[in-house]
Design a protein around this ligand. Sequence first.
Ligand SMILES: Nc1ncnc2c1ncn2[C@@H]1O[C@H](COP(=O)(O)OP(=O)(O)OP(=O)(O)O)[C@@H](O)[C@H]1O
Length: 355
Amino acid sequence: MNTNEQDDVIEVTDLRRVYGGDRGAGGDFEAVRGITFSVGRGELFALLGTNGAGKTSTVELLEGLAPPAGGRVRVLGHDPYEERAAVRPRIGVMLQEGGFPSELTVAETVRMWAGCTSGARPTAQALGMVGLTRRSGVRVKQLSGGEKRRLDLALALLGRPEVLFLDEPTTGLDAEGRRDTWELVRELRDGGTTVVLTTHYLQEAEELADRLAILHEGHIAAAGTPAEVTASSPSRISFELPDGYFLGDLPPLAGLGVTDHETASRVVRLRTDELQRTATALLVWAHQKQVELRGLDVRSASLEEAFLRIARDAAGRGAGARDADARGAGARDADARGADAPSAGVREQERGTVA
Ligand SMILES: Nc1ncnc2c1ncn2[C@@H]1O[C@H](COP(=O)(O)OP(=O)(O)OP(=O)(O)O)[C@@H](O)[C@H]1O
């Protein structure tokens, strides 16, 4: 056991991943371009990014499904690819697309999986955790998309993992199912499980993540706690202009950190870099004039707003020159979730060497 394990369960330094065809064919594509981050024990870390940003490519390296083309990754103090046998029993993996034998029932699938998992939870417990108890006798092929995601999650939880990798765990779930999954993930995290989550649902990251990184074209465009990441985007204030007053009667907005404003039907909408200062000045003004700011709404930027701004800025910096669209997202080998060899589907497309 590595002493760093006390602090950082996952350490990623200058990590790179390259996909390519035959050498010399000119088709190499660097999907992960030197990223660095760490995840502490019991922390929930979210990887966000636009389609093709490199989230799954990164997570697969952490799961040991492929060797990096450069840089270093350590999970629980080990190289997850080279020392797979040491890491695999201690992690749980929920891939984007599960692949189960469709003729088996839900319970049979879990039991089969339990057979190759040491210290597996009882089947009933695993199904109960993901709300599939009543569907245990149903064949996998008859499950809905959301139910298959739950089954995927049950399998990832089966071995009581110390580190849980969740790749878009709530895609296809209805609102209730999503909330249930969030609650379960929070419970696991509170119980000490380290969780790495990729998601397109920014509210999900806002609700769950202790820290997050936003990937853009293989680079980390922003990272920090959700509050730190959203703090870099302007906050919003809106209110109705009191009768008899005009925009010019308000305190000078430019001096209050207001970056832009608009008025429609006497409703004023401001964006400000200094939320407290702007709000205070407006409230003091209203108090002095003895008027009410009807419909007053003061809010920090949402993670979604911050995400869109960061992605726009990153694209604007010219990183979008690459023709990523020419490459289809590679099919994930669902069997790679298994306890054994890394997926041939993933590995055969790798050109990288272990750093
Ligand atoms: N096996 C592969 N061979 C070649 N290119 C690949 C392969 N897998 C992924 N890519 C490319 O690498 C880039 C990153 O893909 P990745 O699946 O990691 O992105 P992502 O952030 O997970 O995207 P999404 O949100 O759409 O799932 C994309 O441009 C994708 O086309």
